[in-house]
Ligand binder design. Sequence first.
Ligand SMILES: NC(=O)c1ccc[n+]([C@@H]2O[C@H](COP(=O)([O-])OP(=O)(O)OC[C@H]3O[C@@H](n4cnc5c(N)ncnc54)[C@H](O)[C@@H]3O)[C@@H](O)[C@H]2O)c1
Length: 350
Amino acid sequence: MTALPLEAPDHERVLISHGRRSGLTIIVAVHSTRLGQALGGARVWRYASWTDGLADALRLSQAMTMKNAAAGLARGGGKAVVVIPDGAPLDGRAVHDAMLDLGDAVESLGGAYMTAEDVGTSAERMAVVAERTAHVCGLPAEQGGVGEPADATAAGVHASILATLEHVFGSRDLAGRHLVISGLGQVGGRLARSLAAGGAELTVTDVATGKRALADELDAAWVDPADAHLVEADVFVPCGLGGALTPEVVRDLRVRAVVGAANNQLASREVAGLLTERGIVWAPDFVVNAGGVIYLDVASGDDADADALDARIAAIGDTVASVLRSADEHGTTTLAAADRLAHARLDAAN
Ligand SMILES: NC(=O)c1ccc[n+]([C@@H]2O[C@H](COP(=O)([O-])OP(=O)(O)OC[C@H]3O[C@@H](n4cnc5c(N)ncnc54)[C@H](O)[C@@H]3O)[C@@H](O)[C@H]2O)c1
């Protein structure tokens, strides 16, 4: 459960609407348009109450402002949440109706927010949203869209891992480095392949045991999901759900660095301090996993160019390197350093 924050939100606009077709609560939180139209995914998720969905939308949209600013995009932060009440059935028709309702909600904001896929949505579902609004990206390629962004996200995480290795060990060489990947989905699976191809020794896990086939294919060791953080290695790579880094997990980690795709890895902001105290270098998630949003922004523009996109994705590694250096120079956590970078870009837009 995500509790609503006690402090007043600093969001520009929050729309809470009752979907006329689906009957579901649809929330669109526009945190900031200071750098441009807000961009962030639409999440379809089960919540115990609609206020939990609202809390999620408030938090996730604020995080998108930081992610887009740190990535140097001319984009603000926003997020949409379609609240599925616990226990409610969710068939194809209901999701279709919810996507049309989401399209109407997005359209009513007059271009303040552009939506895209996120947990529980997909390129195909964005195509339904597009029946009601033009403010949507990431449609399937066969409908003229740019598709899902997992390749770009994985490439950005890979670049971030190399930058972190250089910071910690003075070398970007993956050969002989031992990495533990937790979560072998769209991003983690791609990353496992690219890291293995680079010569890394891998230990991997997923709550879906069917992913063991990928471990076998890559000659990677398999560990129980609950024990992944106990493996002695160079880098822990969280690629499952958020909140994996609790104080208890950080206490038990036996790695020099944590770099992964998962959003909102820290169970609370304080965990950034615990990682620093333990001498574990944490590459901030919203810097590391920005490849997807960079892809959606660049690829859906009129002058999309594959080389320019590759350069922007590779530059995520440079941003990670500068955040890690800045944390050392200022004697702060890496989270504070990434926040400084994002705030500097937001302030410069004033
Ligand atoms: N897809 C993108 O482009 C993108 C962009 C930015 C951030 N992210 C974030 O990266 C993470 C992974 O995204 P994805 O698109 O690969 O999602 P996904 O759903 O395809 O994969 C997640 C995988 O993690 C596994 N998992 C869930 N809980 C786990 C646990 N406790 N231990 C081990 N494995 C677990 C799931 O079984 C699944 O295989 C998410 O947090 C997502 O928000 C993804």
